[in-house]
Design a protein around this ligand. Structure first.
Ligand code: ZN
Length: 533
């Protein structure tokens, strides 16, 4: 008997790679849910021709609960890749909300209501955008770090809320895999169509994942699980997806590698001030090896992917003699896009400037020539074992000297790194975690645990907590201690209020003051992201 898999998002860059990988194994049949539109009808014909009876295409909409019920019925696995991602989500936030949050809720609820709910396995794809921004020396991170969604990033707010619904679903089998920046063959074509491409700071740290490896990851998960080779402790956890050491680079290095395909440097095409300096996301993972240890999916390095692209798009090098023309026609034309920082500069949009550059003054102070701009080379920071390390794990107070270390001062060539605290004794096994660990974690988050009992080691029965602002809420110990969630009322934007929250919540302050100052006082309103519509 073949195992039956529901796959959402099969038309996307990750979902299409997942579909191909799963159906390379004879043990599975896949139900694909596609929104009815012309391009998907064409895709359906192509997929049916290619996979015959191994695939069933259903047209429907995740935001419709009945559609979700119909496709969840009878499946063994739900692989939920579907999401409206930036830049589409930036320009169509209503669709992002109904699809990303509404759709995930519907799917989870359908899985819970299905006859097979005790055995169904729900694989959610989360996002690195949930964590918000990190600069040197806060460039290493892990699951459990706080979720400090960047201002205006409405997409990430939908991903945080949707993931929380999965984590707290009560399903017997779920995982949330937080996807990183994803590299795929058409990335250059897709990314050079929107002002979004300038949101990535040059000195931003990215551990890429490739679409093909992510496809393999999901296939290996299904194969190992269905042959009972997957350790049972794999389930009911969040993981970071990343391709590991070979894929750890910076924003500049990534774009520069893309421009190398043309025989040019990014410096020939871009100017330093065109890109934001903060308020993005991505970091290098302290814990992405975990997923690879379970699933052994990594086989494509950053360099191998770009070698492949260089061969595939051999004609890019024809552009080599014309860097100024390419800069003007392909890049600077995007300054008219309302999602581009240069557009915000030209329209004096203070909120965006404050969020993405800190202030007008900071924007003005960015060197206009590359020779004056301090780029960080990833090679100098990759080896964390030789770093000057501030290890805050287990700490419940963050001192002024810790903050001084964490603050993103100008890069001085030193290999420094920080591992952040989750506010409880992490040396304890999960089975040993009890009330005092919950109380400690709550205090580090500026609040308290109001439940007075818990069964030691039970990380999934919800407890009652209270935030610094008096909001009472129910959350599992796993969600709070292990996955970075806190008060659903004031700590999940929108509005984006982290300047105020960081003053009350040490758990947030330790990362927030990496790229913000104590004297900043921004509140980005609930609907601020609509300014570019
Ligand atoms: Zn609150």
């Amino acid at each position: 008997m073949k195992k039956r898999v529901l796959l959402t998002g099969a038309s996307g860059s990750m979902g299409s790679a997942v579909l191909e990988a799963i159906l390379s194994d004879k043990g599975f049949e896949v139900v694909v849910l596609l929104r009815r539109k012309r391009v998907n009808e064409r895709l359906a014909r192509i997929l049916t021709r290619k996979y015959h009876s191994s695939i069933e295409i259903v047209f429907g909409d995740l935001s419709n609960y009945d559609d979700c019920m119909a496709v969840v019925d009878g499946v063994d696995y739900v692989v939920h890749c579907a999401a409206i991602i930036p830049p589409v989500s930036d320009h169509n936030p209503d669709l992002a909300l109904s699809s990303n949050l509404g759709g995930t809720r519907n799917l989870v609820n359908a899985a819970k209501a299905s006859k097979n709910s005790e055995n169904i396995k729900f694989i959610n794809i989360g996002s690195v955008a949930e964590y918000g921004h990190r600069s040197y020396p806060a460039h290493w991170g892990r699951v459990g770090d706080p979720l400090l969604v960047s201002a205006y990033d409405f997409y990430a707010t939908t991903k945080v809320k949707a993931e929380r619904h999965v984590v707290e679903s009560g399903l017997e089998y779920w995982v949330s895999l937080r996807q990183s920046g994803i590299l795929y063959d058409d990335i250059l074509f897709h990314n050079m169509n929107d002002g979004l491409m300038f949101h990535t700071p040059w000195n931003c740290f990215i551990e890429w994942a490739t679409a093909r490896d992510s496809g393999r990851l999901i296939r290996n998960l299904l194969v190992l699980d269905s042959t009972e080779m997957l350790a049972p402790d794999f389930w009911r956890k969040c993981y970071n997806i990343g391709n590991g050491e070979e894929a750890r680079v910076t924003g500049f290095e990534t774009l520069d590698r893309g421009m190398n395909m043309m025989g040019r440097s990014a410096k020939d095409i871009f100017k330093p001030q065109w890109n934001a300096t903060r308020n993005f996301h991505c970091f290098w993972y302290l814990d992405s090896d975990k997923l690879n240890d379970y699933l052994g999916f990594r086989s494509e390095s950053f360099e191998a992917l770009f070698d492949h692209l260089t061969k595939k798009f051999w004609y890019f090098k024809l552009g080599k003699p014309f860097p100024k023309t390419i800069s003007r026609l392909a890049i600077q034309r995007l300054f008219h896009d309302s999602n581009a920082p240069m557009y915000w500069v030209s329209k004096n949009i203070d909120g965006r400037i404050n969020a993405f550059y800190k202030s007008w003054e900071d924007y003005q102070n960015i060197p206009r020539c590359w020779k004056d701009y301090k780029l960080i080379e990833s090679a100098s920071l990759r080896d964390i074992s030789s770093a000057q390390l501030l290890d805050l794990r287990g700490k419940t107070e963050i001192s002024a000297s810790d903050i001084a270390f964490i603050r993103n001062n100008e890069f001085d060539g030193q290999n420094r790194a920080v591992i952040f605290s989750h506010g409880y004794d992490e040396s304890k096994a999960d089975s040993q975690l009890g009330l005092e660990d919950m109380q400690s974690a709550a205090a580090f988050r500026g609040g308290r645990l109001t439940s007075s009992t818990m069964v030691a080691g039970d990380l999934y029965t919800k407890l009652e907590w209270e935030c610094h602002d008096g909001h009472k809420f129910m959350a599992s110990p796993y969600a709070v201690l292990k996955a970075g969630f806190w008060c659903p009322e004031c700590c999940q934007p929108s509005p984006w209020d982290f300047d105020r929250l960081a003053k009350k919540i040490p758990f947030y302050a330790q990362i927030w003051y990496n790229s913000h100052s104590e004297d900043e006082d921004n509140v980005f309103a609930e609907d601020c992201y609509k300014d570019i519509l």
